[in-house]
Design a protein around this ligand. Structure first.
Ligand SMILES: N[C@@H](CCC(=O)N[C@@H](CS)C(=O)NCC(=O)O)C(=O)O
Length: 203
């Protein structure tokens, strides 16, 4: 059975969300989002940086959320929520799937560091402002892509598991403004999905 190593309020929520959407059985190892759990020798043996998510499948260990999503589709779901390579939807699927970690999450990470993780006396307003501007810019093409669509490629897909989760987090950080009505509607649609609710409330 698949085993997911999880901490709340993290990208591990993407994998819970996916497994719940697919109705797949899995075991979960719930850790605290704290150095005591994540940087323990036991967890570093699974992920050299002591991060989440980590998925174990028998003797296979994977520690990158996008790779985990794709692995589940290819090894366990015969494609799953992913268009076939010859589908006209495939190029857009790939683009938005990878846009998540490539373009949206870097400024999200900085904003979380500068507003939550660092003690107030070590926070840097300039770095925070830059990251907020960068995130707004990175979200603009997503706003455009969602025009007239419920989900990123039309139907719900693995691209939403990745980038939809990042858009939800961006909204939580106050970076999805009223100037982005398509994104606001998208975040609401995602937040209303029962599997997403389950994942985001898991602690
Ligand atoms: N690109 C990686 C990022 C993994 C990552 O940074 N996870 C964060 C939680 S969202 C983490 O474990 N942070 C703990 C730490 O940095 O100590 C992925 O998508 O899996």
């Amino acid at each position: 059975m698949l085993k997911l190593h999880f901490a709340p309020n993290s990208r591990a929520g993407r994998i819970v969300w996916l497994l719940e959407e697919l109705g797949m059985p899995y075991e979960i190892n719930k850790m605290a989002f704290s150095p005591k759990d994540l940087k323990s020798d036991e967890h570093r043996a699974r992920h050299p940086l002591g991060r989440v998510p980590v998925l174990e499948d028998g003797d296979i260990t994977l520690f990158e959320s996008g790779a985990i999503v794709d692995y589940i589709f290819e090894r366990h779901q015969n494609g799953g929520l992913k268009p076939a390579a010859d589908s006209p939807l495939f190029p857009n699927y790939l683009q938005w799937f990878h846009y998540c970690e490539g373009m949206v999450m870097p400024p999200v990470n900085t904003i979380v560091v500068q507003t939550v993780l660092l003690p107030p006396d070590r926070r840097d307003e300039t770095a925070l402002g830059q990251a907020q501007r960068l995130l707004t810019k990175a979200l603009e093409p997503v706003e455009g892509a969602l025009a007239g669509k419920e989900y990123l490629i039309g139907d719900f897909s693995g691209a939403d598991i990745m980038l939809g989760h990042a858009c939800f987090m961006s909204n939580r950080l106050g970076c999805v403004s009223e100037a982005m009505p398509n994104l606001q509607g998208y975040v609401k649609r995602i937040a209303d999905r029962p599997a997403f609710k389950y994942a985001i409330e898991l602690s």
